[in-house]
Design a protein around this ligand. Structure first.
Ligand SMILES: Cc1ncc(COP(=O)(O)O)c(C=O)c1O
Length: 462
């Protein structure tokens, strides 16, 4: 019988975890089962997901900031099916694809940069940016920031300082150094060595949702110019409207990055794509002759379907005022959370720009809760925020994440299409979870203690 995808899906309905454990990643399925995240999602629309039992969930994770336009947006979906209906001459390789030129034109017009190199992912974008910077400057060094994240392929991992990702994969190039985020003095000092090709930085660090001081990005870019190094803005997560402007560097005035890396939301949630935007003079140093016209390339980097996804996402972003919406809805979330500060002593701060939100938790004041907090922290530093994330999903149908290893920060990066009623759904759920957590002893602490014992037993065994 001819292959039939829908039949295949129907024949294996609900075998997800069994098959995934057996053939893909049993460690990850164990994690999901341990925290009760082993749902079988079947359908998505806008900011909502439905599982096989038809329970609905508000997606405040947005596929790690991929679904800015919401899942299965009709305009983007139509672009996908339209593209398939053209019987296109896709991936000829020895041609100049129309959609690549059109998407590159849109991106350069929106950023003032001159040329675009397309990739299949964020990490590939960082790889390209690092190569371009070395080639254009003739220098070996790269500076990045501690607690930053730029991807996990070798070059991008070399600028991701987090040991949780690095362990077992070193050594890394000694010319690559990491410095504290938001620290201009150290940046100036390292740049003054004169051997630095580039400083690569996220305008807002995704791990932890760390927002730098006003003026930091502008001054960092100026220092780079002064010392002949390039400023690479990693906007893989923050770009494309997420923070309320097209690029997050735009919040800091005239930053004028030399290279900008985009990905995630450009996919429209359908087809992997990334884009490295740069100036002509940098581009010309890399692709300096006909012999070098494809000196950096990748088989799928201009896949027509990915280009169509990017074009349609940008059009939806404009037509639905997603940047304005991100600003407005992010503001409502922030106000709602800040109004809870007085009631809940575990709440420490809210870091928010557009729809990139970090809710920082910390030690309480009252003695009884403080003792419980300390006990949980001693068992496992990653545990406490799970007492928020787990009941948000279980009891309130809200999908969120912890912002990184050893960070008591809950992160929200929902689709930019959320509306006021979605915001209220989130705030009500969050309020209820906080209320539970401030009741000790109580069910939230029982869950934590169970998870903690699991973690300790796992550590003892390893
Ligand atoms: C800021 C940033 N840079 C790079 C990457 C890597 O992108 P990808 O996962 O597509 O390789 C990510 C992914 O989360 C990211 O957030």
């Amino acid at each position: 019988m001819a292959f039939d995808l829908l039949n295949l899906i129907a024949d294996h309905r609900s075998e997800n975890y069994e098959l995934y454990s057996q053939h893909v990643n049993p460690q990850f399925t164990k994690v999901l089962k341990t925290i009760g995240f082993d749902r079988i999602y079947e359908r998505g629309e806008g900011a909502w997901l439905w599982d096989v039992a038809q329970r609905k969930y508000l997606d405040m994770l947005g596929g790690y900031a991929v679904h800015n336009a919401g899942r299965n947006h009709p305009v983007i979906r139509k672009a996908m099916t339209d593209w398939l209906s053209t019987d296109s001459a896709n991936l000829v390789q020895f041609d100049a694809p129309l959609l690549s030129g059109l998407l590159a034109g849109e991106l350069t017009a929106r950023t003032g940069l001159d040329k675009v190199f397309f990739t299949n992912s964020g990490t590939e974008g960082i790889e390209a940016a690092l190569k371009f910077a070395r080639c254009a400057t003739g220098r070996p060094g790269v500076i990045s920031c501690q607690s930053g994240y730029h991807g996990l392929s070798f070059g991008s991992l070399s600028v991701t300082a987090d040991e949780n990702f690095r362990e077992g994969f070193g050594p890394f190039p000694s010319e690559f150094r990491s410095i504290p985020f938001n620290d201009l003095e150290t940046l100036a000092e390292v740049l003054s060595g004169g051997d630095v090709a580039a400083f690569v930085v996220e305008p807002i660090q995704g791990k932890g949702v760390n927002i730098p001081d006003d003026g930091y990005l502008r001054e960092a870019a100026r220092l780079c110019r002064q010392h002949g190094s390039l400023f690479i803005a990693d906007e893989v997560q923050t770009g494309l409207g997420r923070t309320g402007s097209f690029l997050a560097v735009d919040h800091d005035g005239e930053v004028d990055p030399d290279i900008v890396v985009l990905s995630k939301a450009l996919s429209g949630g359908y087809v992997p794509v990334g884009a490295v935007l740069t100036r002509d003079d940098i581009w010309k140093k890399v692709f300096s002759s006909m012999e070098r016209s494809v000196v950096h390339s990748s088989t799928f980097h201009e896949n027509g379907m990915a280009m169509a996804a990017g074009l349609s996402y940008l059009s939806v972003m404009d037509d639905e005022n997603l940047m304005e919406r991100a600003k407005a809805m992010g503001g409502l979330i922030r106000d709602g959370l800040e109004s809870m500060f007085e009631k809940y002593e575990f709440l420490k701060s809210v870091r928010q720009r557009g729809l990139m939100v970090g809710i920082e938790l910390g030690p309480p004041k009252s003695l009884k809760l403080r003792a419980a907090w300390k006990l949980v922290e001693k068992m496992d530093r990653n545990l406490f925020p799970q007492a928020v994330v787990i009941p948000l999903l279980d009891d309130h149908g809200i999908l969120t994440q912890v912002a990184g290893h050893n960070k008591p920060v809950i992160k929200l990066i929902p689709p930019l299409v959320i509306d006021e009623s979605d915001v209220n759904w989130f705030l009500e759920g969050f309020d209820a979870v906080m209320k539970q957590l401030h009741r000790f002893p109580g069910p939230a602490w029982t869950v934590l203690s169970k998870l903690g014992k699991n973690a300790v037993t796992r550590r003892d065994r390893s």
